[in-house]
Every structure is written in structure tokens, then in C-alpha cells.
Design a protein. Structure first.
Length: 348
């Protein structure tokens, strides 16, 4: 009889099922905090259940969105500051959903790494739960993938999947017309787009993530990890108040590329760049990279994270409602005949 080889195990191959189970137990309280009307199941099943009728819908249309946070992850990994990157993940998905007129209902995450660090993963997923709770969205499940050989030590990747709903016939954009007014809702930083360029700019300055931030308080890394602003609740309140014809989430492509996505054929927009102040981070990026204004406007949000396209007779009421909900609101332009976005004034 031939000699038996030493027994192999999944753990010896680099996948620790026990660590994965420990993570599920650690994150169950965070997921439970996100429960909302319609939630039907906790973590651990083969699928997530949600009751649309219990959520208050009679004739719903479902809307789905998926996204990631791009190379902003690299800064989170390199600095070890992973607590808020999950908020970015949620924001990138639910801020898109609301632009369709949908209320985010539940969220699933995909977390992949070479070697599972339960403490690190718990911090990341607790951030996801925080973003879900702030958006009225239940964290109903996800996937943790431990894949040795696929990721360098300490690296991980994230993807998010959000599902929302609206009553039939309530979808956006709807009724956009020439003369509609553009209300800009302020961003709180770079959000989660343009970070491949951001990282190149930082590298060119010779600064490290732990160096003092040249455009604000704290370290440079912490400043650039400011989580993406969540616009869901104020935006939904505005939609329900009436007079909102469209919403545009300003992500990759900036103002130049994203606003036309909600404008009907034959209509464009004119934006007055003098109606809001450029955040210091964008001034610093532009100066250190020699970026022209046009490049800034099609790369970064430049201080406007969401645009509300409003009926002219509802502008004052909607601006007041949004301000009372905590948004910084500016009248930045209007819908015009033609195509594309034109600008007056200068970013400053």
C-alpha cells in the first residue's frame, strides 16, 4: 500500500471558514440596526427577503443600482482608516437610486480580500451599516470572499448593490422643460470619483497621507477620505413635496457629463459658476495639477454633489425644504434649449 500524503484542508489553502463565520456574528448587530418596514430576514440565509407591501407600496416598480468606490480604496488601505469607506459604498448606490425617484429599500455588499482580517472587515461593514441607516435602507446580506492569491496582503475590494422602489408612474426624470431651475446641493469633498487623478496629484507634490492637510485640518489622507454625502432623505422629501422634475447625482464625468443624463433630447443647461464657492480641496488639486476649468468640471463634482431640476414656481419652497433638511442649496442655473451644458463665470 502506498504511503498516504499529509491531509490538506481549506484552511491550509488560505481560506478560513471559521473566520468568516466569526465575521457574520460580529456584524449581525450592525445589520440589525438597519432594519426598516419590509425587512423580513437577518444575515445568514441563502437569500435576503423583503416585503414590499409591508414597506407601504401598492403598485411598486423596482429599481436597482450597483457601484463601488474606485481607487479611494487605495487611500483607505494605505492609511488603515477603513471606518467610513462603507459609507462611500452605500452613497454611490443609493444616491443614484434616488435620481430615478426611488426610495432605497435594501442593500447587499460584496467584500473580497486575500486574507480575512475579522477586525478590519467588521469596521468596514459597520461603516456600510451606518450608511444604510442614514439612508433608511436595510442591510440584508452580502458576500465575504476570502481569495488567497488574488489580492496583495492587506488589500481588499468592495462592491455594493441597492434595490429601491417607487409607485408606478412616479419615476424621474419627468416633465423637465425649458426654464426649469437648477438647485445645486453642496458636496462635502471629492466624494468617490476622480481618485486615480487625485492620487497622481498627491504623488507629484511629494506629500504622504499622514502629512498635514494643506487645504484643511488633520492629515491629508483623512481629509481625502471624507465620506460621500448621502442625499437620499432630503431628496426624497423634496420629491414628495412636488415640483421636482429630475435629480442628477454628480459623479464621474462631473457636472458636464451627469446633468445631461436627465435632460430630454433638445434641452441643455446653463450653469453660473459664480453661484457657489469652490471647496478648498478642489482649488488645491487644480493648482497642483495645472488643471483647466473644463477638465475640472468633467472630472470632479467641484462642490455640487446633487442637482435638483425644479419647476420655477416651486424653487423657493424646495430650497427652503432642502435647507431645513441640512443641505446647502444654491440656485446655479436653468434648463435651456439646445444640447449639453454651458457655463458662465469661473470656479473660484
Amino acid at each position: 500500500m502506498s504511503e498516504r500524503k499529509n491531509g490538506m484542508t481549506y484552511a491550509k489553502a488560505g481560506v478560513d471558514i471559521d473566520a468568516g463565520n466569526a465575521l457574520v456574528e460580529r456584524i449581525k448587530p450592525a445589520a440589525k440596526r438597519t432594519a426598516r418596514p419590509g425587512s423580513m430576514s437577518g444575515l445568514g440565509g441563502f437569500g435576503a427577503l423583503f416585503d414590499l407591501k409591508a414597506a407601504g407600496y401598492s403598485d411598486p416598480v423596482l429599481v436597482a443600482a450597483t457601484d463601488g468606490v474606485g481607487t479611494k480604496l487605495r487611500i483607505a488601505i494605505d492609511t488603515g482608516h477603513v471606518d467610513t469607506i462603507g459609507i462611500d459604498l452605500v452613497a454611490m448606490c443609493v444616491n443614484d437610486l434616488v435620481c430615478q425617484g426611488a426610495e432605497p429599500l435594501f442593500f447587499l455588499d460584496y467584500f473580497a480580500t486575500g486574507k480575512l482580517d475579522v477586525d478590519q472587515a467588521t469596521r468596514i461593514i459597520e461603516g456600510i451599516a451606518e450608511g444604510c441607516a442614514a439612508s433608511g435602507c436595510a442591510l440584508t446580506g452580502g458576500e465575504t470572499a476570502e481569495m488567497p492569491g488574488m489580492y496583495h496582503k492587506g488589500d481588499f475590494d468592495l462592491a455594493g448593490f441597492a434595490v429601491g422602489a417607487m409607485e408606478r408612474g412616479q419615476d424621474l426624470p419627468q416633465g423637465v422643460a425649458e426654464g426649469d431651475v437648477l438647485l445645486g446641493l453642496a458636496s462635502n469633498g471629492v466624494h468617490s470619483n476622480g481618485y486615480s487623478l487625485v492620487r497622481k496629484i498627491v504623488e507629484s507634490t511629494g506629500l504622504g497621507w499622514d502629512d498635514a492637510c494643506p487645504f484643511g485640518e488633520g492629515t491629508l489622507g483623512a481629509a481625502l477620505l471624507t465620506p460621500t454625502r448621502l442625499y437620499v432623505k432630503p431628496a426624497l422629501a423634496a420629491v414628495r413635496a412636488g415640483g421636482v422634475h429630475a435629480l442628477a447625482h454628480i459623479t464621474g464625468g462631473g457636472l458636464t457629463e451627469n446633468l445631461p443624463r436627465v435632460l430630454p433630447e433638445g434641452l441643455g443647461a446653463r450653469i453660473d459658476l459664480d453661484t457657489w464657492s469652490l471647496l478648498p480641496v478642489f482649488g488645491w488639486l487644480a493648482q497642483n495639477a495645472g488643471l483647466e476649468q473644463g477638465e475640472m468640471l468633467k472630472t470632479f463634482n467641484c462642490g455640487i454633489g446633487m442637482i435638483v431640476v425644479a419647476a420655477p414656481d416651486r424653487v423657493e419652497a424646495l430650497a427652503t425644504l432642502l435647507a431645513e433638511a441640512g443641505e446647502s442649496v444654491s440656485v446655479i442655473g436653468q434648463v435651456t434649449a439646445g444640447e449639453g451644458v454651458s457655463y458662465t463665470g469661473d470656479l473660484a
